[in-house]
Structures are given as C-alpha cells and as structure tokens.
Design a protein around this ligand. Structure first.
Ligand code: ATP
Length: 260
C-alpha cells in the first residue's frame, strides 16, 4: 500500500480581501510510496505549502481526497510529523525538553522522556547541547531540534516545509547531508517542500515539479543517483539541466501571471 495517495485534490481559498475564491490547487494526483523521499519543487505561490498542510491535516481539501496509509486524512495525527522553516521552540524549555515535549503531554515520566530524547539528540548531532536553551542555539542547531522533535514521535511520514531555507549555504549543505543519513538510518517516508532545484536533487528519490498557480503536478521525476550526491558529477548536472528547464518555464509563467 502507498504511504500517501492524493486523488483529485482541489483547494479553493476564500480571498476575504478581494471577496473572491482563489483556486490554489487544481486536481492534484500523486502517489508517494513507502520510504520515498519526495521533493515537492515549484515556484513561489504555486501551492507547495498548501499541499503539505493538506497531507498534515492542517488544511482541508475542497474536493478530492488524501489517504495516508490507506486512511482518509481528516485532521492532524501522530502518523505524520511536521518540520517547519522556523522550528518554533519553546524558549523556556531546554533542548531535550523541547524534543520530548509530546511525551510529557502523554504523561510519560521524566526519566523515560530524558532517555528517549537522548536517542534523537544523538541522531541529529546535538550531543552535549541537551541542556541548552533555544536562545543559545545557532539556526542549524534549532533546525536539528525541530527534526529530532518530529522523529521522536516515530511517524510513518515526515512532512518538511523548507526547513533549511533560513540557513547559510554551508550549514544548509551540512544539514542536507545529515538529513539523508538520518532518513537512511531511520527509514520512513519524507515529503520535502523546496524551491531550490539543487536541494531537491541532493535529497530526493523523486522530484515532483509543480506548475504555477493554480498548482498542478507535472512530471514526477525519479532520481537514481547514489547518496551522498556529488553536485559536480556529470550525471547530477544532466538531471539538473532537465529539472531547471521545467522549473524555469513554471517560474516564468508564475511571474507573468503575477504581473497580469
Ligand atoms: N489561508 C489562505 N487564504 C487565502 N489564500 C491563501 C491562504 N494560504 C495560501 N493562500 C494562497 O494560495 C496560494 C498558494 O500558497 P502556498 O503558500 O501554498 O504556496 P507556496 O508554493 O508554498 O509558496 P512559497 O514558496 O512562496 O512559500 C498563494 O496564492 C497564496 O496566496
């Protein structure tokens, strides 16, 4: 059974300001297989976050349906973990307490929470920072806390909305490499939103290129390059040329429709 199935999903927002409906996603069909690392790539405003939020259950579909592990999505659930661009950590809690916060909500005792958190702290490379507070962390470290917090719930599906967009170039590359290593170790299905062609190529087993608004899904491109990916390799650059051409066509359309 597929991890995620999106069938004829349409999203219409009510644009309160302009008193009209806005068709954000138009008849999206997509199957994400178990253990896929799918990158959703598309120009700004094409509906990537909307699609991710619908899978997460934060947004409803206007029509169509989304199934996760064969069950229709009716709201958020522990089978789906979300990682945002800003990890929104609780400033009064330490790294380990932030990571294990959901366990506290479930009534798990402190010693057990601490032990469980350590597994994920080690996995994301935060060993030694367990008792730091969020204001003592760099952007990359805060991002790791967000990832560890999502992994701790052991969700079947991890949804990531541009989690590295605010990081500097070197930290971003380090985080990409670590994320692939974590995913390979941890297993599970990842849907990762980005508007960086290179990021999608470094990370994904598949790339879905979205068209400009109303968002539609174009080609689903499988990537069979071995990890860790070498961005200077000829095969990498062949794929990059192909995806850039598709992406640029969509971004040009998006700019024209925004200017119209
Ligand atoms: N709550 C909302 N109400 C009304 N319109 C919305 C709402 N959320 C998003 N939109 C509109 O839906 C479209 C898709 O937005 P979305 O944020 O999903 O795009 P995106 O591809 O993730 O963009 P970006 O890459 O810039 O984050 C945009 O035109 C946006 O203005």
């Amino acid at each position: 059974m597929a991890a995620i199935e999106i069938r004829n999903a349409v999203k219409i927002y009510q644009d309160q300001q302009r008193k009209r409906d806005l068709l954000a996603l138009d008849t999206v069909n997509l199957t994400v297989e178990k253990n896929d690392f799918l990158c959703l790539l598309g120009p700004s405003g094409c509906g990537k976050s909307t699609l991710l939020n619908m899978i997460a259950g934060f947004e409803s579909v206007s029509s169509g349906e989304i199934l996760v592990d064969g069950k229709p999505v009716t709201g958020p659930g522990a089978d789906r973990g979300m990682v945002f661009q800003q990890p929104t950590l609780m400033p009064w809690l330490t790294v380990w307490e932030n990571i294990a916060f959901h366990l506290k909500l479930r009534g798990v005792h402190k010693a057990a929470r601490r032990e469980e958190a350590q597994l994920y702290i080690d996995m994301v490379g935060l060993t030694g920072f367990e008792n730091h507070y969020p204001n003592e962390l760099s952007g990359g470290m805060a991002s790791r806390v967000g990832i560890a917090r999502a992994l701790l719930l052991n969700p079947a599906v991890i949804l990531m909305d541009e989690p590295f967009a605010a990081l500097d170039a070197q930290t971003r590359m380090d985080m990409q490499e670590e994320l692939v290593a974590i995913w390979q170790k941890h297993q599970g299905t990842v849907v990762f939103v980005t508007h960086s062609v290179e990021e999608a190529l470094v990370l994904g087993t598949k790339i879905a290129v979205m068209s400009c608004r109303p968002g539609r899904l174009g080609e689903l491109i499988p990537l069979d390059l071995p990890y860790p990916r070498d961005i200077t390799e000829a095969a990498f650059n062949d794929r990059k040329r192909h995806i850039l051409a598709r992406f640029k066509a969509e971004a040009d359309k998006a700019r024209k429709s925004a200017a119209a």
